[in-house]
Ligand binder design. Structure first.
Ligand code: MSP
Length: 498
């Protein structure tokens, strides 16, 4: 069976990862875990985009003359960050690796043979921040609308890719495959762009001191986006391991921010059609978030380090917050204040308190033993939960879980197990079983989003960790918690900070 192949963008190494990069990466990690938990083989790709002018400028700024040395050092920072945040990627691509460079050269040669590359003169405005030529609609008062910097006027002889040749085929593909670009607002944006504005694109830069040379004219370096997109192929064996490549490609999902959707849904599919490769199944663009209402960035000095936050509050709390707070696909805002509110309200007083109460009562009234199974008194949540995750509505998926936690809290308050312990042992056992089994169900559901917390609760419930157990299809059935199992309360899951 073909593995589920999911990718994040490969990030530039001109700076360290900030919370915006962690956002995309956490979302991709959640989906990778979601499919693994459901028994699918998964290939989850991350990486670094290294042949960029931005990286060269960053190296120079640090007084580093050896660009390769600089990108080596910075790529390691990104890899370490993802490792320390528990990201479960299977592949980490680097675009300065010999395999990637070789495959990019080979692919460019194929595009050339297809007659899709020609020489022309480019005259226009280039924004190094975007690594892109800007059009009027990208400008505000003469400045790049994203980077708020004046673009550089450039006139040079370049090689162009016949992007416009693919207009019809791209539009047909988008129409025939409604899932190809999501959410729908982005799909409409792209359809409009492809139909009305998309033009041939310069895919080389003259006299670039850094980058992969164009095989047919080594005085020119291949444009960083043309090179970077190919990472999705080279990361799974294109040009080096055909068997692996055939098994894995096409990607099931490219996750990207809305800033780079055009590259992924116009240039990229056109390149693939040009060389006769199948197109990715789905590209999903999430929104951008601000920090305390301000655009986040190094120059603004407000970019937030995800590792520091995770160290203070826990990785799972950060994952929870980002995926719960901002509806995936929409813009949002990050503030520490809001983070603390959700930490206290949803995690410490919500999930954490629910788990602690149920486990403590079982210890206290039933000697820590799971009572007899009670048949399902509540509606199965799995279908709605799975639907939400599969449409990448993470906020909705989490809301469903927290509704269930709320119902369980109400059950505790109305049944008052501390009273039942004295008056009605049979009823007490029934109530506690329902609560314990709900806790197990909720933990299984939460695993892709909050893996560590999920594992901790499952361990306290005396059941196996996710990766060591039977398939989820069996585990998720109501009644899986076996009578007699010993449970323990354990430490506080989300300690309050003040
Ligand atoms: N190197 C290119 C991608 C090449 S993929 C073939 C690139 N790199 S980047 O380092 O600039 O990363 C951009 C991505 O970072 C966005 O698409 C998004 O995934 C993430 N984000 C950066 N800032 C963000 C926010 N403020 N909010 C949400 N996501 C953000 O573009």
């Amino acid at each position: 069976m073909k593995p589920f192949y999911i990718t994040t963008p490969i990030y530039y190494v001109n700076g360290r990862p900030h919370i915006g990069h962690a956002y995309t990466t956490f979302a991709a990690d959640t989906l990778a875990r979601y499919w693994r938990q459901r028994g699918h083989e998964v290939v989850f790709l991350c990486g670094t985009d290294e042949n960029s002018q931005k990286n060269v400028e960053a190296a120079h700024k640090e007084g580093e003359r050896d660009i390769q040395k600089f990108v080596d050092r910075m790529s390691a920072v990104w890899q370490e960050t993802w490792d320390s945040l528990g990201i479960s990627h299977d592949v980490f691509v680097r675009t300065t690796s010999p395999e990637h460079k070789k495959a990019v050269t080979a692919l460019a040669a194929k595009v050339w043979e297809a007659g899709d590359i020609y020489k022309g003169v480019y005259e226009g405005l280039y924004c190094v921040g975007c690594e892109a030529f800007l059009t009027d609609s990208d400008l505000e008062n003469g400045l790049c609308s994203i980077h708020r910097l004046p673009p550089k006027p450039i006139k040079e002889e370049n090689y162009f890719f016949r992007l416009s040749k693919y207009r019809g085929r791209l539009l047909d593909h988008i129409e025939a495959h409604p899932k190809f670009i999501q959410p729908e607002s982005r799909r409409n944006e792209l359809t409009h762009y492809i139909a009305n504005a998309m033009a041939d694109i310069s895919i080389t830069r003259q006299s670039a001191e850094w980058g992969i040379p164009l095989p047919q004219d080594s005085s020119q370096a291949i444009y960083v986006w043309f090179d970077a997109l190919i990472n999705y192929l080279t990361g799974v064996g294109y040009g080096s391991d055909e068997k692996r490549f055939k098994k894995t490609w096409p990607a099931d999902l490219h996750l990207v921010g809305k800033d780079i959707i055009k590259f992924h849904c116009a240039l990229w599919p056109a390149m693939l059609i040009s060389v006769g490769l199948p197109l990715p199944e789905r590209v999903f663009a999430h929104g951008y978030f601000t920090v305390n209402g301000q655009k986040m960035g190094k120059s603004a000095g407000n970019d937030i380090d995800p590792t520091a936050l995770a160290k203070e509050w826990g990785i799972d709390a950060l994952r929870y917050f980002l995926l719960r707070e901002i509806p995936f696909g929409e813009d949002g805002d990050f503030s520490l204040e809001r983070f603390k509110e959700r930490y206290e309200g949803d995690l410490a007083n919500g999930l954490g308190n629910f788990a602690a109460r149920v486990l403590a009562m079982t210890e206290k009234y039933l000697d820590g033993r799971v009572p007899e199974v009670v048949s399902a008194p509540v509606e199965d949540l799995w279908t709605a939960f799975n639907d939400a995750v599969e449409k990448l509505a993470f906020d909705e998926a989490l809301r469903l879980i927290w509704l269930r936690i709320g119902e369980c809290d109400r059950l505790i308050n109305t049944e008052e197990p501390w009273v039942l312990a004295k008056t009605d042992k049979t009823r007490l056992e029934r109530v506690l079983y329902i609560l314990l089994e709900n806790l197990r169900q909720v933990s299984l559901m939460l695993w892709p989003i909050m893996p560590e917390t999920s594992e901790q609760i499952l361990a306290r419930l005396g059941v196996l960790a996710i990766e060591k157990s039977e398939p989820l299809s069996e585990r998720r059935v109501w009644g899986g918690l076996k009578p007699g199992t010993k449970v323990k309360k354990g430490d506080i899951l989300f300690p309050k900070k003040s």
